[in-house]
Design a protein. Structure first.
Lengths: 281, 193
């Protein structure tokens, strides 16, 4: 390992990033070629610093010859910062306006696309449980990262997040106490396994994979921000194909369908909470 | 002052500050005309869970429209953009933004370093940056990168700041083009028009 100061400058050119994404695509089938370059570049610099690798060329060599390192690389570059009930007003909105719609259906399908470590899955399960709908939900949660899918299925989080989780939950007009849903052991929060036992955790890459099921509600929040507009368009088509007519799509608080090629096939249900409804095939 | 200063070189004005610099930012916006030649892109440290109120408070004094950009929104002249709560704001290309929910940088999201570094990468020497007062070191690395790429850097004079850690951290890390008090910063920015 090189001993590098924390603020040394690494110059990465677009050309380096293209070589890297080509190598990853050819060898492993993951396509990062259409990620938003500004944030992708920061991730790559972070990876270089973390592993003491001096150039992108050396990083490419390591990735090509060490598939275990590649698994770590995927974990490092994918963004896994999320919260239980992130944007509480969004979940309050689901509780008040969307749950009653789902309640009219004998059963319904939910997809958490790019679910990361699963905090949103737990949040929705708690919501459905409190509204008495959990047993009617068929839930898929997918990500490109095997390691985070495993963590999500275990419903286990660092104890330091608990205060934030509680603050968020309290703002969702809860019908219970968050303590009802977890135990604390060895500095970790373990959520009730019943909150994830009905969830199918599955590997899926929005950049290359296709639709696999039809859904009444798709969560895809703070995922598209990491993609360029070409890839955003691809994903919007994939999400559109994955929704029943009348199905809902939720984006992140600062994501928008304005630039998307098929925006006319959706209507805005809530502009602030970024909930859209499929209105055309 | 550099004799080669050519205001036409600059295509974007980026401003960084902590929560305490809100009154300064408000005064700057009060003085910039509604047809200002540049987009004004700001990263101010703010509470992660307060989505509303910030933009509205700046709008009171600003002659330009104030927006919290959505992902991939266009960057337009005579508009003020502020980094949304709990997101990093990045300049993806000279023409549009990108957002990220990645880790805190310098204990901050939004982080000034993230905005400034992305601006330097996307716009090279076409960036003009102003770093205001604040109580942590965010922004120093970003100022350095803007300087290295040939952009113009202005730091609020630490001797005139209530919280001088942030401007001082930048001055310790990188040469800058100007060190000015708030009134001189405002004059300087008006002259850019």
């Amino acid at each position: 390992m090189f001993n590098l100061p924390s603020e040394y400058d690494i110059e990465i050119e677009l050309d380096d990033l293209n070589k890297l994404t080509d190598a990853v695509l050819t060898k492993y089938g993951y396509d990062f070629g259409n990620y938003a370059m500004s944030s992708f570049k920061r991730r790559i610099i972070m990876v270089l610093k973390k592993h003491g690798i001096k150039t992108v060329e050396l990083l490419i060599q390591k990735i090509l010859h060490d598939s275990q390192f590649f698994e770590q690389f995927i974990l490092d570059i994918t963004v896994n910062t999320t919260e239980l009930f992130r944007d509480p007003s969004f979940f309050r909105y689901l509780r008040e306006k969307i749950i009653p719609v789902l309640n009219t259906r004998p059963e319904f399908n939910i997809w958490h696309a790019a679910c990361s470590s699963g905090e949103e899955v737990i949040s929705m399960s708690i919501l459905l449980h409190e509204e008495g709908l959990l047993s009617r939900a068929k839930v898929y949660a997918t990500d490109i990262n095997h390691a985070v899918l495993k963590r999500a299925a275990e419903a286990r989080y660092p104890l330091r997040n608990l205060e934030l989780f509680k603050q968020n939950y309290e703002l969702t007009m809860p019908k219970g106490k968050l303590e009802d849903y977890y135990i604390v052991k060895d500095n970790e929060i373990y959520f009730d396994p019943a909150l994830v036992s009905h969830v199918k955790f599955k590997h899926h890459d929005l950049a290359v994979d296709h639709h696999f099921f039809k859904f009444d509600f798709i969560f895809c929040r703070n995922v598209l921000i990491y993609f360029n507009q070409d890839l955003q368009n691809r994903v919007f088509e994939l999400l559109h194909n994955s929704l029943f007519l009348g199905g809902f799509l939720a984006l992140g608080a600062k994501e928008s369908m304005v630039w998307c090629r098929i925006s006319d096939k959706f209507e805005v249900v809530n502009e602030i909470e970024k909930v859209y409804k499929k209105i055309k095939l | 002052m550099s004799g080669s200063f050519n205001k036409e070189q600059y295509h974007v004005l980026v401003i960084g500050g902590s929560a305490g610099s809100f009154p300064s930012v408000s005064r700057i916006l009060e003085h910039l005309p509604n047809d200002y030649r540049l987009p004004v892109v700001m990263c101010l440290h703010r509470l992660r869970d307060k989505r509303e109120g910030f933009k509205e408070a700046l709008e009171i004094k600003s002659k330009m429209p104030v927006c919290e950009p959505n992902d991939k929104d266009l960057i337009l002249p005579a508009h003020v953009y502020i980094a949304p709560a709990n997101y990093h704001l990045l300049i993806e290309t000279p023409h549009f933004f990108a957002l990220a929910t990645t880790e805190l940088v310098q204990y901050s999201r939004p982080s000034i370093d993230v905005l400034f570094e992305s601006a330097a990468d996307a716009l090279k020497s076409n960036v003009l940056a102003v770093l205001l007062s604040g109580a942590n070191r965010d922004g120093a690395l970003g100022m350095k990168r803007i300087h290295v790429k040939g952009g113009y850097t202005v730091v609020q004079d630490p001797a005139t700041c209530s919280m001088n850690t942030m401007p001082q951290a930048a001055l310790d890390l990188t040469p800058v083009d100007r060190i000015l008090d708030l009134d001189r910063i405002i004059e300087f920015l008006i002259d850019l028009h």
